[in-house]
Design a protein around this ligand. Structure first.
Ligand code: ZN
Length: 299
């Protein structure tokens, strides 16, 4: 049975997070609502918000709790509602959110918007557990000139040029499961082998195209089938890399359309953003909630 996704619309967002205090209260509840007693005086938990300050105080002993301490929101000159709204925008966008877009939507400077976007993107970094069952592996090249694409791929010894024009990205996706994507220096087997060993269970069935770096997978002990894209073969029984191809095209569309270009140095954080969304495509809980939870998990 497929569970229905819980909706979280902009209307609901505005009703729930009417101002900074409402956002602060949400953080307060998330962090402390499990407490039955005051951590200081042990009286029954009874805290109220201190007027004009971002803290709560115990009704009995006066001990203070600072819900924002240690979070990305702490000591920020950006209002909490703006932070929440920025996270909401990231959570509802399929193509990512540029700093320019945040600048417009939040009415803050570009520098400030850039900093917020950078912090939010860190939330997308996660450890995905090892992939099993049927796993597609594929590589792609992001950025640079389209004309150099094949040159980069077919002449792996020519790495200097490859790095200058495009960044290599390796991906593995479990059918109906999670994706793991890494920006790499090149896609020769010395990189492919440890990537596969570290991320894919040895009992998995691995599907790739004919790229020769994948020839070593059988010797590693994997059951390996491939399609020959060079010969126009894209699907052979259940052997194909269509899920990854779909992910690559979404990634490239977004990078070209929303971000225009991404420097190789930051590419992994952008790639993480799309992997994070992909890995939650069937979540019932709205992405916004999982992102706010992630902010608090980092404490
Ligand atoms: Zn107390």
């Amino acid at each position: 049975m497929k569970l229905t996704k819980e909706k979280f619309t902009i209307k609901q967002f505005n009703e729930k997070y009417i101002d900074d205090n409402a956002c602060l209260h949400q953080v307060f509840l998330s962090r402390y609502s499990h407490l039955e007693n005051c951590p200081k005086c042990n009286s029954k938990f009874s805290y109220y918000k201190v007027t004009d300050r971002k803290c709560y105080t115990c009704a009995y002993c006066g001990h203070q709790l600072h819900p924002l301490a240690g979070t990305i929101f702490h000591k920020s000159s950006t209002s909490l509602k703006n932070w929440f709204y920025a996270i909401f925008l990231f959570s509802t966008s399929k193509n990512g959110v540029s700093a320019k877009e945040l600048e417009r939507q939040l009415g803050v400077t570009y520098k400030c918007a850039y900093r917020i976007a950078k912090q939010i993107r860190k939330l997308f970094d996660e450890n995905v557990s090892i992939l099993t069952n049927i796993v597609e592996i594929d590589e792609t090249y992001v950025g640079g000139k389209e004309a150099n694409k094949h040159k980069d791929k077919k002449t792996p010894n020519n790495q200097g040029r490859s790095l200058k024009t495009k960044s290599a990205v390796l991906g593995a996706v479990e059918r109906q499961g999670n994706i793991i994507v890494k920006v790499v220096n090149h896609t020769q087997s010395s990189i492919v082998k440890p990537f596969v060993r570290n991320n894919i269970c040895i009992t998995a069935e691995v599907k790739t195209d004919e790229y020769r770096a994948y020839n070593s997978l059988k010797t590693l002990g994997y059951k390996h089938d491939k399609v020959d894209h060079g010969k126009g073969e894209y699907v052979k029984g259940n052997t194909h890399t269509n899920n990854l191809e779909g992910f690559w095209s979404q990634l490239k569309r977004s990078i070209n359309g929303t971000y225009h270009s991404v420097s190789p140095k930051y590419l992994q954080t952008y790639v993480n953003e799309f992997a994070y969304r992909y890995n939650r495509r069937n979540d019932v809980t709205p992405l916004f909630k999982s992102m706010i939870a992630k902010v608090l998990m980092q404490l």
